[in-house]
Design a protein around this ligand. Structure first.
Ligand SMILES: Cc1cc2nc3c(=O)[nH]c(=O)nc-3n(C[C@H](O)[C@H](O)[C@H](O)COP(=O)(O)O)c2cc1C
Length: 222
């Protein structure tokens, strides 16, 4: 595979925030999972486990999650970032505003932005949701290995015409997810990936994010 082909794939992938309801065939999902499995992990532990919902199971989960959000309080297994400051705060705001602008939510419209945020818990209408978890014993390195898996999953999906969005928002309801999917307490629920086919005409899919230049992210020593 050429660098150009890989770079094209990396550039084409983006987070999808409106899906069509059509399911992804099991064989295609298996292709995504098989490719993602190739990522490196410390000691080749491959600590990720993936639970995937389809069909009516996705709809039941979507409904139960929305009920939980309406009545419960967030409690992620992995502590959420304590603060985004400086350039990280700037980038976070920029991508948030790009989304709100795309869907017609004006700055200061708190109800509108909250409504868009709540789409997380409707899984943006996706027909499938993957819940990713790793062993608590492996701590941040299990999460780090699983982060690589998330990247490969989303890229393999892109290569097969399947749209994805990683979602920390879903993982914020840790105790509920453990209960609902019977995931043992010795596993950390890290994030979800909702996936399916993109509703390409939807305004939420009508913007793209930028990336920092190498000057901002790389230190050359020697
Ligand atoms: C671990 C992780 C968690 C994320 N959680 C959410 C989320 O809860 N909701 C959301 O809308 N986007 C979420 N995203 C998507 C990011 O906002 C997105 O990747 C980033 O803005 C860059 O845009 P792009 O994916 O379109 O290139 C998450 C991404 C990652 C990698």
């Amino acid at each position: 595979m050429s660098y150009d082909a890989l770079n094209d794939l990396l550039s084409a992938r983006h987070s999808c925030r409106a899906f069509r309801p059509d399911p992804v065939p099991r064989g295609v999902i298996e292709q995504i999972l098989t490719a993602a499995q190739r990522v490196p992990s410390w000691c080749n532990a491959q600590p990720w486990q993936v639970l995937i919902t389809s069909g009516a199971e996705t709809d039941s989960f979507r409904e139960a999650l929305q009920n939980e959000v309406a009545t419960g309080a967030p409690k992620p297994d992995l502590p959420f970032p304590s603060a985004y400051t400086g350039v990280y705060q700037d980038r976070r705001r920029t991508c948030g505003w790009a989304l709100y602008e795309a869907v017609g939510v004006e700055k200061g419209d708190r109800a509108g932005s909250a409504q868009q945020m709540m789409q997380n818990f409707a899984l943006f209408g996706a027909p499938h949701c993957a819940i990713l978890h790793s062993p608590a014993d492996l701590g941040p390195y299990g999460a780090m290995d699983t982060g690589g898996y998330v990247a490969a999953f989303t890229l393999a999906a892109q290569a097969l015409g399947v749209a994805t969005i990683p979602q920390a928002a879903v993982a914020s309801y840790g105790p509920f997810l453990h209960r609902y999917f019977d995931i043992p307490e010795n596993r950390l629920i890290l994030c979800a990936i909702s996936f399916g086919y993109s509703d390409t005409d939807h305004p939420a899919n009508g913007f793209r994010t930028e990336r920092a230049s190498l000057d901002e992210t790389v230190t050359w020593q020697g």
